[in-house]
Design a protein around this ligand. Sequence first.
Ligand code: AMP
Length: 217
Amino acid sequence: MLNIILMGPPGAGKGTHATWIEKQYQIPHISTGDMFREAMASGSELGNKVKDIINRGDLVSDELTCALVKERLSKPDCAAGYLLDGFPRTIPQAEALEKMGKEISRPVTLVVNISCPDEELIKRIGGRRVCPKCGASFNVNSMKPKVEGICDECGAELIQRKDDNEASLRIRLENYYKSTQPLLDFYKERDLLADFDGMLGKEKLKVVITELLDSKK
Ligand code: AMP
């Protein structure tokens, strides 16, 4: 069973790899960041609650985030596997996920971590452009769309995320090292962690991640 968490600092390539994993293995891609951005775009109560927090690069509360994930993971399409991207990000979230995984009989079976040095993350985030409609991610320097400014997947106009600026990124990286990186030990202790080098490049990484996921199917 592929009940996967995709981990890594902002800009490591989680969204990029989630896109092909979702298609190749037919499992839903659950990105808490995308869910929050959708809520913000629709102007819902949740969106208004999290807007300022997200734009300045801080983390949304564990309580709100865990409730959102529990509801999503309980849906029927997660019965045959799921791919979590951007969750968990704190130890309390990982503990809550462990508990809900048992409750709904959908425990995490694998954690794929993509690491990447800060200089590279800063470079990538500066050039990142995303599709507000389908969530696909591109880069004006290294992963250009076929037509400038247009999403290859769905044809929508690409945008730069509001939190992809220097000040927010600094806070996001601080939060990553303080709150999220300790999760690597949490999952290593549970023998679930597989570590990959984000500097390998998209195609090579795809090959090695595929090898691993095929062995776990
Ligand atoms: P991402 O698209 O994963 O980079 O997430 C964008 C932003 O959404 C983050 O910087 C946080 O503000 C918020 N966010 C996403 N996932 C979580 C999470 N698991 N816990 C807290 N905040 C989150």
